[in-house]
Design a protein around this ligand. Structure first.
Ligand SMILES: [Zn+2]
Ligand SMILES: [Zn+2]
Length: 285
C-alpha cells in the first residue's frame, strides 16, 4: 500500500500547501480521501493518474476538504478518462453531487459530445454513518465518528495481501475512541491544526503575500474553539502512542507554524516515527 499526502494545509491558503487530500494505492485501486483546494494540481504534481480514481471518501464537508470536488469530477473524466465514480461521505455528500449536476448540467451535456464516456453522469453516492464498513476487492474500509464542529469521520484502510493499515483522523479533537480505532496501524495520518507560529517562517511582506492575522499565531483566535475541534502535536502523539501505531504523520498545518516544535512535541510522548507532512509526501507500507 502507498499513501501520498496531496494537500496538507488548513482552510487558510498558502502557496506551498493545498487543502486536505490524500491518495491511497490499495490492492489494485487508487482511492482519494477528501478533495480540498488545489487537489487537482497536487495529483498532477504527485504524478497520479486521476482517471484511475473511481473511489472518493469525504471525512466531512468543510470547504478545506471538498472545494475541489467539481474540478476533480470534471478533470478526471475529461482529461483522465475516468469511467465511474463512487463518492462516500456523511450527510451533505448527496447535495454536493446534486450541485454538480444542477450547476454544470449544460456544461456536462456540451462536453459529452467531446469526451465519449458517461463517467460524469453516473456518480454514485454512498452514505457514511456510525458503524460504516465495506469489504472491497482485496481491502477493507471502516469509519469512526470523531468530534469536530460538524459531522466528521476518521477512516481506516486495511490491505489484505500486505496486512498493512492506514488511519486518517479527519479533523477532530483528541478522543479516546480514535486511539482504539487506530490500534496497531502502520500509519496514522493525524490532524495537527493547533501549533505555535515560527516567526522565521513568516515571509517578508514586501516580497510575498502574508496573512498578518496568522503571522501572529493564535492570539487573535479563540483558542478554546481551536482545541475543541482540532488536535495539537502532543494530542497527536498521545493518540499514536495509545494506538500503538508505527508511524505518525502530522497534517492539516496552518501557515507559518513551528514544524520543529510540532515534531518535538509529538516525539516527547510517542516513540515511533514522526513525520511532519508536506504536500507530495509519499509513504510505502
Ligand atoms: Zn473541518
Ligand atoms: Zn479541515
Amino acid at each position: 500500500m502507498d499513501v501520498t499526502l496531496i494537500g496538507t494545509g488548513s482552510p487558510v491558503p498558502i502557496p506551498e500547501r493545498g487543502g486536505t487530500s490524500l491518495v491511497i494505492d490499495i490492492a489494485d485501486e487508487t482511492v482519494l480521501i477528501d478533495c480540498g483546494p488545489k487537489t487537482v494540481y497536487g495529483l498532477m504534481d504527485a504524478g497520479i493518474d486521476m482517471g484511475n480514481i473511481e473511489t472518493l471518501f469525504f471525512t466531512h464537508h468543510h470547504m478545506d476538504h471538498n472545494a475541489s470536488f467539481f474540478h476533480f469530477a470534471f478533470t478526471s473524466w475529461t482529461e483522465g478518462g475516468r469511467e465511474s465514480l463512487t463518492v462516500y461521505g456523511p450527510d451533505g455528500t448527496d447535495s454536493l453531487v446534486d450541485a454538480l449536476y444542477d450547476i454544470y448540467g449544460e456544461d456536462i451535456e456540451y462536453r459529452k459530445d467531446i469526451y465519449p464516456t458517461d463517467g460524469i453522469s453516473t456518480i454514485d453516492c454512498e452514505h457514511v454513518a456510525d458503524g460504516f464498513s465495506r469489504q472491497m476487492d482485496g481491502w477493507d474500509v471502516t469509519a469512526l465518528p470523531v468530534e469536530h464542529s460538524i459531522e466528521t469521520y476518521a477512516y481506516r484502510f486495511e490491505e489484505h495481501e500486505s496486512n498493512s493499515s492506514v488511519v486518517f483522523s479527519g479533523d477532530t479533537r483528541k478522543i479516546q475512541s480514535l486511539s482504539e480505532f487506530a490500534v496497531d496501524a502502520d500509519v496514522l495520518v493525524q490532524d495537527c491544526n493547533t501549533a505555535p507560529v515560527d516567526e522565521n517562517r513568516v515571509p517578508n511582506p514586501d516580497d510575498h503575500f502574508v496573512w498578518p492575522q496568522h503571522a501572529e499565531g493564535e492570539r487573535g483566535l479563540d483558542r478554546s474553539t481551536l482545541t475543541a475541534n482540532h488536535c495539537d502535536a502532543t494530542d497527536a502523539g498521545e493518540i499514536a502512542r495509545d494506538a500503538g501505531a508505527e508511524t505518525l504523520v502530522l497534517t492539516h498545518i496552518m501557515p507559518y507554524r513551528d514544524l520543529d516544535a510540532m515534531q518535538r512535541n509529538a516525539e516527547s510522548v510517542f516513540d515511533g516515527d514522526v513525520i511532519v507532512a508536506e504536500d507530495g509526501l509519499e509513504l510505502t507500507l
